[in-house]
Design a protein around this ligand. Structure first.
Ligand SMILES: Cc1ncc(COP(=O)(O)O)c(C=O)c1O
Length: 416
């Protein structure tokens, strides 16, 4: 896709909705926020929704038999319905509110993993996973005796799909894969992977932390069995995430956390779990964050995920152009048609942390380090990368500023 594509988002108008984007830093610099893969900013509409609940309609959900609790419960369940619509799930019962992607994946690794994995079974991960989609499986493997295998990436950061059939065996029970790499921006062919995994009877979990905020998602069409994502990376509050799972799988899985709300009955000698989704929502759920996520989804729907994907692609294309003109910058990851709005790079002779600090002097916020993807960095043979990640409120001018600031960083570093 080229930078010539028509942009359908009125970014200047949109930015007025985000108080933090129009405020100045204490040093008087405008904020150029290019760290959206870590977390996004919130529009006034989401902030107002939070203030409104706390001001007028806040109580605990489900348990109270009073007007205020009914009000909050209605808002909470409306939010679930908004998530259902956003991901095109068949029923709201398949939408479990968790505290984030990490918890959603842990839920599956614990509940589904412990019930379905045994010694010698295989879990297939890929070399580009975030630690949140590695460590829970390593823990599950340690508990059950299952073995982890790795689908490698090619040098351009795309998965080596030609090795998939060799790695998928009768022992493979789970394929857990990121929809979009949080470092390389690689958009993985989940449908294709799911088809081949299902052919040998394996289940598929998609880590959608970097997909759901940026690309349209239809869980029924996608082919995965479980999908996990976080609210805070899509304009919502921290502390809320989603696990979607196929109903028959969720119904067959044992409860994850135990406590209030997740039971139908408790006796001295045991308990009966509640129906979905309550079975997986032990304790007081993230009530207000979930309602805030509902408001975020309203906002994203009004802009349109197709428009968001197109705008970010345009920004990534511009970043490739701009950064290619800065000498000594190596862009990582695949070509533009295979990547989202995440652009990671190295600068010859300057450590990624120094790059980030020098850019910060220009008001530019990027992320530097291993981005919770150490095995990927080991594969790339570099300890750390710099990452600029875009959202629909970023502008081409901000991308250009990144180029100018990088030139300056190189000058400063050479002098120093
Ligand atoms: C691909 C991916 N998966 C999982 C996570 C973990 O998300 P959270 O910290 O919101 O649980 C992240 C965080 O950056 C991520 O990028």
């Amino acid at each position: 896709m080229s930078t010539q594509l028509r942009d359908t988002i009125d970014v200047e108008q949109v930015r007025k909705d985000f108080p933090i984007l129009t405020s100045l830093r204490p040093d008087g610099k405008s904020l150029v926020y290019l760290d959206n893969a870590a977390t996004t900013q919130r529009p006034r509409q989401v902030i107002d929704a939070l203030v409104d609940v706390y001001s007028t309609r806040y109580a605990n959900v489900h348990r109270g038999i009073h007007w205020l609790s009914d009000q909050t419960t209605d808002l909470f369940e409306e939010a679930r319905e908004k998530v259902r619509g956003f991901i095109h799930a068949a029923t709201p019962e398949e939408v479990i509110f968790t505290h984030g992607t990490t918890e959603s994946i842990n839920l599956v690794a614990r509940s589904w993993g412990d019930a379905n994995l045994k010694a010698g079974d295989e879990i297939l991960l890929t070399e580009l996973e975030h630690h949140s989609n590695i460590v829970p499986w390593q823990q599950a493997a340690a508990r059950t005796g299952a073995v982890i295998r790795w689908l490698p990436i090619a040098d351009d950061g795309r998965l080596r799909l030609e090795m998939l059939d060799e790695l998928l065996t009768a022992r493979t029970k789970m394929v857990a894969v990121a929809g979009v790499s949080n470092v390389l921006g690689t958009v993985n062919p989940i449908g294709e992977i799911a088809k081949r995994a299902h052919a040998i009877g394996a289940k598929v979990l998609m880590d959608a932390a970097q997909w759901a905020p940026h690309l349209p998602i239809d869980v029924q069409a996608l082919g995965a069995d479980f999908v996990a994502f976080s609210g805070h990376r899509m304009l919502g509050p921290t502390g809320v995430g989603v696990l979607w799972g196929r109903r028959e799988l969720l119904e067959a899985m044992p409860a994850f956390l135990g406590g209030g709300s997740m039971i139908r009955r408790v006796r001295k000698d045991g308990f009966e779990p509640a129906e979905l989704p309550a079975k997986f929502e032990a304790g007081t759920p993230p009530i207000v964050p979930a309602i805030g996520l509902g408001a975020a989804i309203d906002y994203l729907n009004a802009i349109g995920l197709d428009n968001i994907a197109r705008h970010e692609h345009m920004l990534a294309a511009r970043a490739h152009e701009v950064l290619s003109t800065v000498g000594g910058v190596q862009l990582l990851g695949p070509s533009l048609e295979h990547k989202s709005g995440i652009v990671s790079f190295t600068v010859e002779g300057i450590h990624a942390h120094d790059v980030a600090q020098l850019l910060d002097r220009h008001g530019i916020a990027i992320r530097a380090g291993h981005h919770c993807a150490m095995p990927l960095h080991q594969r790339l043979g570099i300890p750390a990368t710099s990452r600029a990640s875009f959202y629909f409120y970023n502008t081409p001018a901000e991308v250009d500023l990144l180029g100018v600031a990088l030139q300056d960083a190189k000058r400063v570093f050479r002098r120093g």
